[in-house]
Design a protein around this ligand. Structure first.
Ligand SMILES: [Zn+2]
Length: 135
């Protein structure tokens, strides 16, 4: 589990996990996180033990990977978001759409793999805080 926050560095466009505002691990430029809200994503364990990370896309923007049973937090500004995740070559995903608003600053999401005959589908569900494992 990670206490780090994920951001796409505005200077070098690299997706980095940082403990808070500070220098980017890649380019050293100062990174300031948005403070309106947080998107917290948990990838549920997969009995097949697939080591392949989920590709994470927020409003079509690649936001790195999420490993088996990993959890990430992405600080964001108020707005409408669509979360899409991919698994290996599979682009099939039941996306989640939601708003970050002053009334709902933190959105919790769980992703899991639905095994299919030929291809697997990533299913993302919006959940409540008590359905999330501790960070
Ligand atoms: Zn950078």
């Amino acid at each position: 589990m990670s206490q780090l926050l994920r951001i796409k560095c505005p200077s070098c466009q690299t997706v980095v996990d940082l403990p808070g505002n500070g220098p980017c691990k890649k380019c050293g430029n100062n990174v300031v996180f948005p403070e309106d809200g947080v998107i917290q994503i948990y990838r549920m364990g997969n009995p097949m033990g697939c080591a392949v990370g989920f590709g994470v896309y927020l409003n079509e923007i690649p936001m790195g990977h999420l490993g088996n049973t990993e959890q990430i937090r992405i600080p964001v500004s108020f707005g409408h978001y669509k979360l899409h995740m991919t698994h290996g070559m599979s682009r099939k995903c039941v996306d989640a759409e939601f708003d970050i608003t002053p009334n709902e600053r933190i959105v919790y999401l769980k992703g899991h793999l639905k095994m299919g005959l030929l291809t697997n589908t990533v299913v993302i569900e919006k959940v409540t805080a008590d359905q999330m494992p501790p960070l």
